[in-house]
Design a protein around this ligand. Structure first.
Ligand code: SAH
Ligand code: SF4
Length: 409
C-alpha cells in the first residue's frame, strides 16, 4: 500500500452482529416466497402475506432499512415479532481501504455456516465519471487455480449464500450513501450523476458458475424492479469457462456475460486457466455463440490478461480476433496486476498498445482496461482473504475456538 492510500476504518462500520443475530436467520437474500413463509411462521395471516412481503421488500431493498423499527407502515407488534425471529444484519466490516483513485475495498466477515469458521471476502467499489461499479465475490477462495490470479492461490473455503452476495451490494450502498436519506461520506469519490452503485460485476473472489443457484438468486434480487432495480444490462457475470452453465446463465439470469479467455491456444490456456483442460477453447466459444439473447447490442466481453512474453505477441492478437469472428463481442485487455510471489510480469505498455491496435483495427473500440485500486491491492485478480479451509480434525473443534482475526494489509 502506498502512503497516500488510506485505511478508513478497521473493525469499524456496522457493529458486529450480537450473538443473538447469529441465531436469527437473515431476511436478506430470501425470495418473495421464502419471505412469505417467514412471515407465515411469524403468525401473519395468509391474506396479509402478499402485502407484508411487498412492504419488507421495499424497506430492505429500496430504503436500505437495517432495522425493523424503521418500517413505519408495519405494526409495532409485527416489528417486534420479526425482530425476535429474524435479522437484517449486513456483513461485518473488518476494514475499509480507499485508493488514491477513489476505489474502495472492504474486507467483510460473515458468520460461520454449520461447523465452519467465520469467513472473510473482499468487495471492491470502482467509481468513474458516469458510473459506479461494484465488484462482488461469489465464493470464499476458488476451486480453480488460474496461475496469474491471487484468489487462485487460496483453496475454496465455501460458497457464499444468496444473502451474503446481496449483502455485499446493500453494504456498499449503505457505506456510500446510495439509499434515500443516506449520507455519502465527505470527500468520497463517486460518480457525478446517477446512482452511486450503478453496475455490478461478478468479478470478485470465486467462480460464480460454481455457485450457480446462489449467484442466480442474488442477481435476480439485484435486478428486481421493485427493489434494487439494476438493469440486467448493468450486471456482468464473469466466468473462467464453466461451459455447461453458460446457457443456463443466459436463460435463467439474463445478465451480461464476460469470459476469461487469456489464451488463444489450448496448450497455453490449459496452463493459465486450467479449467480449459475440461472445456477447451472450441467448446467454450461454441457455448458463447449459443448464448441466449446475444446480439450486437448485447455482446459478450472477452477478458485477456496481458502477461509479458507469455500471451502478448502480435500473432496471438491476430488469432484472438480470428477466433472471435462472428461472435458479438467486446475485448478487454487487462494489464496483469501483480501480487506477492506472482510468477508473471505485466506486458510493457508499448506491447499492450500494439496488441490493442490489432484488436482495434478489427473493430473493437478502447480495449485496454485501466487498472484501478492497485495501491490498495484491489485490482482484478489481487483479491484474497486469509480465510482457510478447515481440515477434518479442525472442523470438529471449530466452534470451540475464536475466529482468526485478519489484519488488514
Ligand atoms: N472467476 C471468475 C471471476 C473472477 S476473476 C473468472 O475467472 O472470470 C475476474 C477477472 O480478473 C477475470 O477475467 C480474471 O481472469 C482476471 N484476473 C485474475 N487475476 C488477475 C490479475 N492478477 N491481473 C489481471 N486480471 C486478473
Ligand atoms: Fe478463480 Fe477466476 Fe481467479 Fe481463476 S481467475 S482462480 S476462476 S477467481
Amino acid at each position: 500500500m502506498t502512503s497516500t492510500a488510506a485505511i478508513v476504518s478497521s473493525g469499524a462500520g456496522r457493529r458486529p452482529p450480537a450473538l443473538s443475530d447469529m441465531n436469527r436467520p437473515s431476511l436478506i437474500g430470501m425470495t418473495r416466497a421464502e419471505l412469505g413463509e417467514a412471515l407465515a411462521e411469524a403468525g401473519v395471516p395468509a391474506k396479509q402475506i402478499g402485502m407484508r412481503v411487498a412492504q419488507l421488500w421495499h424497506w430492505i431493498y429500496v430504503r436500505g432499512a437495517g432495522d425493523f423499527d424503521q418500517m413505519s407502515n408495519v405494526s409495532k407488534d409485527l416489528r417486534q415479532i420479526l425482530c425476535e425471529r429474524y435479522s437484517l444484519a449486513l456483513p461485518q466490516i473488518v476494514s475499509e481501504q480507499v485508493s488514491v483513485d477513489g476505489t474502495r475495498k472492504w474486507l467483510l466477515r460473515f458468520p460461520a455456516e454449520g461447523a465452519g469458521r467465520p469467513v472473510e471476502i473482499e468487495t471492491v467499489y470502482i467509481p468513474e465519471t458516469g458510473r459506479g461499479t461494484l465488484c462482488v465475490s461469489s465464493q470464499v477462495g476458488c476451486t480453480l487455480a488460474c496461475t496469474f490470479c491471487h484468489t487462485g492461490t487460496q483453496r475454496l473455503v465455501r460458497n457464499l449464500t444468496t444473502g451474503e452476495i446481496v449483502g455485499q451490494i446493500l453494504l456498499a450502498r449503505q457505506q456510500l450513501g446510495d439509499f434515500p436519506d443516506a449520507q455519502t461520506p465527505t470527500g468520497a469519490i463517486v460518480p457525478g450523476t446517477g446512482r452511486l452503485v450503478s453496475n455490478i460485476v461478478m468479478m470478485g473472489m470465486g467462480e460464480p458458475l460454481f455457485n450457480f443457484d446462489n449467484v442466480k438468486q442474488g442477481l435476480l434480487i439485484a435486478s428486481d424492479g421493485e427493489g434494487i432495480s439494476l438493469s440486467k444490462r448493468r450486471i456482468t457475470l464473469s466466468t473462467s469457462g464453466v461451459v455447461p452453465m453458460i446457457e443456463r446463465s443466459g436463460k435463467e439470469i439474463g445478465c451480461m456475460l464476460a469470459i476469461s479467455l487469456h489464451g488463444v491456444r489450448d496448450d497455453l490456456r490449459d496452463e493459465l486457466v486450467p479449467i480449459n483442460k475440461k472445456w477447451p477453447i472450441a467448446e467454450l466459444l461454441a457455448a458463447c455463440r449459443a448464448y441466449p439473447g446475444l446480439s450486437n447490442a448485447k455482446r459478450i466481453t472477452f477478458e485477456y490478461v496481458m502477461l509479458r512474453g507469455v500471451n502478448d505477441s502480435l500473432a496471438e492478437a491476430r488469432e484472438l480476433v480470428r477466433l472471435l469472428k462472428g461472435i458479438p463481442a467486446k475485448i478487454n485487455l487487462i494489464p496483469f496486476n501483480p501480487w506477492p510471489g506472482s510468477p508473471y510480469a505485466c506486458s510493457d505498455w508499448q506491447t499492450i498498445e500494439r496488441f490493442a491496435e490489432v484488436v482495434n483495427r478489427a473493430g473493437y473500440a478502447s480495449p485496454i482496461r485501466t487498472p484501478r485500486g492497485r495501491d490498495i491491492f484491489a485490482a482484478c485478480g489481487q483479491l484474497k482473504s486469509a480465510s482457510e479451509r478447515l481440515g477434518k480434525s479442525e472442523r470438529g473443534q471449530a466452534e470451540a475456538f475464536p475466529a482468526k482475526t485478519t489484519a488488514p494489509l
